[in-house]
Design a protein around this ligand. Structure first.
Ligand code: C2E
Ligand code: MG
Ligand code: MG
Ligand code: MG
Length: 292
C-alpha cells in the first residue's frame, strides 16, 4: 500500500517535471523568435534623489509581450535565457534599444537622465558587451555618462579578477556601475571596494520590512554608512510606502526606486514624468513641514 502511494507520488512528480520540461522547451522556442518578432520592449523606472526629490535616473527593465502568452515577467525568462545563451542576443537588443531611445529623446530636445541597464552573468563573461555598448554609443553620438550598468554581486564574485578588469574597461568608457541586489550574496562591502562601483543598490528583501524589523533596519543603516565611508552612493530598491521612504531619508540614503514613486513604465510615460518635473517633496520641504 505504501509502495503504491510512493509510486503515485513519483508519477505525479515526474508528470509535473515533464510538464515543466515541455514548458521550458516551448518557452525556449518562443524566446528564440521573440527578438526578431519585435516582442520585447523596455520599461523605465525612475530613481529619485532623496534630497532634492527629483528624478535622477532610471533603470531600464525588459518586458516580453507575447501575442498568446501575454506579458511574461523577466524572472520567468531571464534565467532560461541565461541557461540557453539567448541572453546574449537579447542583451544586445536591450543595449541597442536603450541607446536608440536616449538618442530619440536627445533629438527631440528632451531633458535626459542617465539610464541603467542590467547585465547578466553570461553576457558579462562571454558576450562582447563592452564593444556592443561602445559601438551603440558611437553610432548615436551619445554621452557615455547617460548610460550606466547594474551588475550583481554573484556575477562579480564568479571570477573576481576578470570582473575587475571588465569593470575597469567600463569605467574607461565613461560608464558608471551599480552593484545590484546587494545583501543577498555573501560578500562584504569592504571586499567589494576593490571593484570600481559608484553605487550600491540595497536589495528589496531588506527594504520591505525596514520599518518593522529591527534587523533589516540595522542592515540597511549599516550598508548606507559603509557605502558612504567608501565613497559610494546608495539606492534603495523596492520602496513602496511613505514610511519606508522617510526611514531611508532619515538614514541619509541617496536614492529611492520603487512603486511608492512609480512602477516601471513605457518610455513615453517615463519621459513625461521627467519633463514635467514630477518629484517627491524635497527633504528640506519635508523637514519644514514637520517643524511648522
Ligand atoms: P532587478 O534588476 O533587481 O530589478 C528590480 C526589480 O524590482 C524589477 O522587476 C522591478 O519592477 C521590481 N520593483 C521595483 N520597485 C518595486 C517595488 O516597489 N516593489 C516590488 N515588489 N518590486 C519592485 P522586473 O522588472 O520584474 O525584473 C526582475 C529582474 O529581471 C531584474 O531584477 C533583473 O535581474 C532582471 N532583468 C530585468 N530586465 C533585464 C534586462 O534587460 N537584462 C537582464 N539581463 N536582466 C533583466
Ligand atoms: Mg537591476
Ligand atoms: Mg535589483
Ligand atoms: Mg533583482
Amino acid at each position: 500500500k505504501q509502495t503504491k502511494a510512493v509510486l503515485a507520488r513519483f508519477q505525479y512528480y515526474s508528470q509535473e517535471l515533464n510538464t515543466r520540461l515541455a514548458e521550458k522547451v516551448d518557452l525556449e522556442r518562443l524566446l528564440k523568435e521573440a527578438v526578431d518578432a519585435g516582442q520585447f520592449a523596455m520599461h523605465y523606472q525612475p530613481k529619485v534623489d532623496l534630497c532634492t526629490g527629483q528624478i535622477a535616473g532610471a533603470e531600464a527593465l525588459i518586458r516580453w509581450q507575447h501575442p498568446q502568452l501575454g506579458m511574461v515577467a523577466p524572472d520567468r525568462f531571464i534565467p532560461l535565457a541565461e541557461e540557453t545563451g539567448l541572453i546574449v542576443p537579447i542583451g544586445d537588443w536591450v543595449i541597442r534599444a536603450v541607446c536608440a531611445q536616449l538618442a530619440r529623446w536627445r533629438d527631440d530636445g528632451q531633458r535626459i537622465v542617465p539610464v541603467a541597464l542590467n547585465l547578466s552573468a553570461l553576457q558579462f563573461r562571454e558576450g562582447n558587451v563592452l564593444q556592443t555598448i561602445a559601438a551603440s554609443l558611437k553610432e548615436h553620438g551619445l554621452d557615455p555618462r547617460w548610460l550606466e550598468v547594474e551588475l550583481t554581486e554573484t556575477l562579480v564574485m564568479y571570477d573576481p579578477q576578470a570582473a575587475q578588469q571588465t569593470m575597469r574597461n567600463f569605467g574607461d568608457l565613461g560608464l558608471r556601475i551599480s552593484l545590484d541586489d546587494f545583501g543577498t550574496g555573501y560578500s562584504s562591502l569592504a571586499y567589494l571596494k576593490r571593484f570600481p562601483f559608484q553605487y550600491v543598490k540595497i536589495d528589496r528583501a531588506f527594504v520591505t520590512d525596514i520599518t518593522q524589523n529591527p534587523d533589516d533596519a540595522a542592515i540597511a543603516t549599516a550598508i548606507i554608512a559603509m557605502a558612504h565611508s567608501l565613497r559610494m552612493g546608495v539606492i534603495a530598491e523596492g520602496v513602496e510606502t511613505e514610511a519606508q521612504m522617510q526611514f531611508l531619508r532619515s538614514r541619509r540614503c541617496d536614492y529611492l526606486q520603487g512603486f511608492y514613486f512609480s512602477r516601471p513604465v513605457p518610455a513615453a510615460e517615463f519621459n513625461a514624468m521627467v519633463q514635467e518635473g514630477r518629484q517627491l517633496a524635497p527633504a528640506d520641504a519635508a523637514a519644514t513641514a514637520v517643524r511648522t
